[in-house]
Design a protein around this ligand. Structure first.
Ligand SMILES: *Cc1c(COP(=O)(O)O)cnc(C)c1O
Length: 398
């Protein structure tokens, strides 16, 4: 059996994926970040500080909720939700942002730079930077700025500098490019706080470690409450951080089926999706090797999802590895199925999910119908849907 604990290797590889494909001057900086992280990750002081913030600031542990009415209505397996939507700032991203902000403080960095898609990483990072007291600069695609107005306002209130990005498709990938260029101007005094389990080593490892609290809690909570482990666990996959956060604690549990859910957008047979693991091919993007939705010249293709946080043409290297060794199955859900799950969860359980998270809910709803009532599906509800409410209401003429 594969032992997942020591991943990645010292060069940041998960099998053939990951690594550190950056210019030589950045290699040294990334090495320093890795050293600093390895220095603090096992110190009691850092762990205590992070755990205290998780508890008193984020509101952890987030509960596991049995969606009984939804399960009954579907007539199959029981669906449970890991309520990351109840976290301070409304999603799982605060988990790694606090870790990154504490690391920035430890390293004496003067500024934190990042990109944001749906604005969730921006808000979470601006929050963590306000708390730790470090200036923060967020790059965001103009299309996303218009779509995610409440998050934009929050970032301004929290005191970060917001940089609109109009190049390309003016969405997540372009924001990454723009933020990375800014970072390259002064990598010694700044730190690029990556918003998912992507980018050069050590970020996929670090972000995964900070997020892995989700799965550690969930595994314990599930055992305490139901004296067993779930038969299926599932999460949506954009870059893949909430999914790795849930999956990590369960990777060595053979009996637990693990499913990552990608955005099929307007359909896998169109060019309007973002199903990287399903339809991509191995390549390079933003400093690491992973599956990429790319053209014949290796240029990333334009991608689409109804959920801004999922439209990225690459994906975390550990997911690529887990797909290849078949430890995790990756499936996909369309915009339409996502919207249906969004409305169903809202109306049957009174929980408005983020459009990102609604992808995982949609998969669980489809799967539950095919399983007997004694089986358990645990869904990572990565965030709440306040940010999407106006958009959905307009789309559905509510
Ligand atoms: C950003 C975001 C995602 C996608 O990011 P991952 O790194 O794939 O987790 C999913 N859900 C919510 C609520 C988000 O804000």
């Amino acid at each position: 059996m594969t032992d997942f604990a020591p991943m990645p290797d010292t060069n940041g590889f998960f099998g053939q994926y990951g690594g550190q494909l950056v210019p030589p001057e950045l290699k040294q900086v990334m090495h320093e970040i890795d050293l600093a992280y390895e220095e603090i990750r096992n110190t009691e002081k850092f762990q205590n500080e992070l755990m205290k913030l998780f508890q008193d600031y984020v509101g952890r542990p987030s509960p596991i909720y049995h969606a009984q009415r939804l399960s009954e209505q579907l007539g199959g397996a029981q669906i449970y939700l890991k309520r990351e939507d109840l976290n301070h700032t409304g999603a799982h991203k605060i988990n790694h942002c606090l870790g990154e902000a504490l690391l920035a403080k430890f390293m004496g960095k003067k500024k934190v730079i990042a990109e944001t898609g749906a604005g969730q990483h921006g808000v979470a990072l601006a929050t963590a930077c306000a708390l730790v007291g470090i200036p923060c600069e967020i790059h965001m695609g103009q299309v996303d700025i218009e779509k995610e107005h409440p998050n934009v306002t929050k970032m301004k209130i929290l005191g970060c500098k917001l940089v609109p990005v109009t190049r390309g498709t003016a969405t997540l990938k372009d924001a990454v490019d723009s933020a990375f260029e800014e970072y390259l101007k002064d990598p010694q005094n700044t730190i690029y706080a990556i918003g998912s389990v992507v980018g050069p080593h050590p970020f996929p490892k670090m972000v995964r470690d900070f997020q892995s609290i989700i799965g550690r809690e969930a595994r314990q909570q599930f055992q305490d409450k139901y004296q067993c482990l779930p038969h299926y666990i599932t999460a949506c996959v954009g870059g893949g951080s909430n999914a790795m956060g849930l999956f990590t604690a369960f990777l060595n549990d053979d009996g637990v089926n693990i499913v990552g859910v990608e955005p099929a957008g307007k359909g896998l047979d169109t060019d309007m999706h973002s199903a990287t693991l399903t339809l991509g091919t191995p390549g390079e993007l933003h400093g690491f090797k992973c599956y990429v939705l790319q053209d014949s010249e290796g240029q990333p293709l334009p991608v689409h999802s109804i959920a801004s946080g999922l439209d990225y043409p690459g994906v975390g290297p550990q997911h690529c590895y887990l797909k290849d060794i078949e430890r995790v199955n990756y499936e996909s859900v369309t915009d339409e199925e996502c919207l249906e799950a969004f409305m169903t969860l809202s109306r049957v359980e009174g929980i408005i999910p983020a459009l990102e998270s609604a992808h995982a809910v949609a998969w669980a709803m489809k799967k539950a119908k095919t399983l007997p009532p004694e089986q358990h599906i645990l869904v990572n509800l990565s965030g709440r849907g306040d940010k999407d409410a106006d958009y959905v209401a307009e789309k559905l003429n509510l």
